[in-house]
Ligand binder design. Structure first.
Ligand code: ADP
Ligand code: MG
Length: 461
């Protein structure tokens, strides 16, 4: 059975990607089999929950395909893990919860002020989680929860305006609130370099060294790509990294690209940045964009109807900063002109599809293709009338994902599924939504399909 288990996991590797396999599947080990029950172990609770929520379904499917048996599992956390709270499902703001694992501050250790650079606006509770940022947000939360123990270093990368700085600040705030004795150093890589140059020039290297190496419990460095090609700064950062890492201090670094793609970055530094968890952030999907707009509107007291929010989220797709900026621009102009914010007003102001609008990243056809392949059914069946469960479940999932990922309206989706009524599509979306709440396997399957569709390769066609 051990063979079947590792074969099943390895069989999934091409589909899920080597990084996912290494990070989330390989650490889960099969300890024992009793009948159709698999006793698994996970190195910690976070890994256990992540595996259960995201991959268990596909692994069980794979096992079923290979052995023709339906298994259930029990996952035990290996001793030594202090435990982490589960993260909420996307796209909800991360809750602000006290960190149970945080030891009370020692009386003897002085409380330290949070770094003044941390913006009060960037917190976990107002960071909306969605398909594109789920891994990064969860890892950030885990690193903030138990700094220095896992996901160290944490490397978050992604395009401009996607929330990297927001997460970095949120980590700083959270650690400060839970462990006020910890000395948190937040700095952009550019400032780090300028301070370093000034320290060398004005002979203040001891202070510089004390600040980054000795008086630092958590190092948060934003936009590390900036120091690529600056040899002396890279060298200094390398030493800072080593000292802190050795002392098990949490290091979090952001960048606009993955470590190996930072041209001019020293190999030894790239290798170290890869030591922990490398998490990417992709542009938000429609659902997440809507949630972000709603939050921003509520925060800024902007009165905007749901359908206009949806319209705006459809028009501005590139990044969150752009999205929030568009909302502010539209609402400011509407107030100046003393008119309500309507879809027409939005189109008029942003010039129809906004200049930065890209074609929808996912098409209904690609959803149908991916779902049909996953469930081994024909696309014609997804579009056809058959109500057999083996067909109707995949069809509902395909409708649900079409709605989530393509931005198409219910009637349009109905049309593309063989001319079904829009109420059929609405019902399918509601069903899948509610079943997912209880059915972990289904949730994992939907997550996998979503990821497949929104990853670079599966998105177009
Ligand atoms: P980056 O550092 O990746 O360029 P930022 O962290 O500066 O991006 O984010 C740009 C803006 O978008 C900020 O105002 C941030 O609060 C907001 N933002 C980005 N992602 C999210 C999200 N998932 N939920 C809420 N706000 C977000
Ligand atoms: Mg930034």
């Amino acid at each position: 059975m051990t063979d079947i288990w590792s074969e099943a996991l390895q069989g999934l590797q091409p589909r899920l990607g080597a990084q996912t396999y290494d990070l989330w599947l390989r650490p889960i080990a099969l300890r024992q089999v009793s009948g159709t029950r698999l006793h698994l172990t996970a190195p910690n609770r976070f890994m256990k929950e992540w595996f259960e929520n995201h991959y268990l379904g596909v692994v069980l499917d794979e096992l079923r395909a290979r052995t023709d048996q339906i298994f259930d599992v029990e996952i035990e956390v290996l001793p030594g893990d202090p435990g982490t709270s589960a993260l909420p499902a996307a796209p909800t703001p991360l809750p602000l919860r006290p960190a149970p694992a945080a030891p009370p501050p020692k009386i003897s250790s002085p409380l330290v002020a949070p770094p003044p650079q941390l913006s009060g606006r960037y917190r976990f509770h107002n960071f909306i989680k969605g398909a594109g940022n789920e891994l990064a947000a969860s890892a950030a939360w885990a690193a903030a929860h138990e700094p220095g123990t896992r996901f160290n270093p944490l490397f978050i990368y992604g395009g401009v305006g996607l929330g990297k700085t927001h997460l970095l600040h949120a980590i700083g705030h959270h650690i400060h609130a839970a462990r006020p004795e910890q000395r948190i150093v937040y700095q952009s890589a550019e400032r780090f370099m300028n301070e370093f140059i000034a320290a060398v020039r004005f002979n203040q290297f001891d202070e510089f060294r004390a600040r980054y190496r000795e008086q630092c419990d958590v190092l948060l460095i934003d936009d590390i790509q900036f120091i690529a090609g600056r040899d002396r700064t890279m060298d200094e950062f390398f030493h800072v990294f080593n000292v802190l890492y050795e002392a098990e201090k949490q290091i979090v670094v952001t960048s606009d690209r993955m470590p190996s793609e930072m041209q001019g970055m020293e190999d030894r530094l790239i290798s170290r940045l890869n030591w922990g968890l490398v998490a990417d952030i992709k542009p938000p999907d429609l659902e997440t964009r809507v949630a972000i707009l709603r939050q921003k509107a509520a925060h800024d007291h902007i009165n905007i109807a749901d359908e206009v929010t949806l319209h705006l989220a459809n028009v501005v797709r590139s990044n969150v900063r752009e999205l929030e900026g568009s909302l502010v621009r539209v609402s400011t102009f509407a107030a100046l002109k003393n008119v309500p914010i309507t879809c027409e007003f939005v189109s008029e102001m942003l010039g129809g599809p906004a200049p930065n609008a890209q074609p929808p990243p996912v098409s209904i056809e690609s959803v149908q293709k991916v779902v049909a392949t996953h469930f081994s059914v024909r696309i014609a069946d997804l579009k056809g009338p058959r109500r057999h469960q083996g067909i109707s479940r995949p069809r509902m999932i395909a409708m649900y994902l079409s709605r989530q990922l393509t931005g198409a309206s219910f009637p349009e989706i109905g049309l593309r599924f063989g001319g079904k009524d829009h109420s059929t599509v609405i019902n399918a979306c509601k069903r899948i939504d509610s079943i997912q709440n209880d059915d972990r396997e289904l949730r994992a399957t939907v997550d996998t399909l979503r990821r497949q569709l929104t990853s670079d390769t599966g998105a177009t066609s």
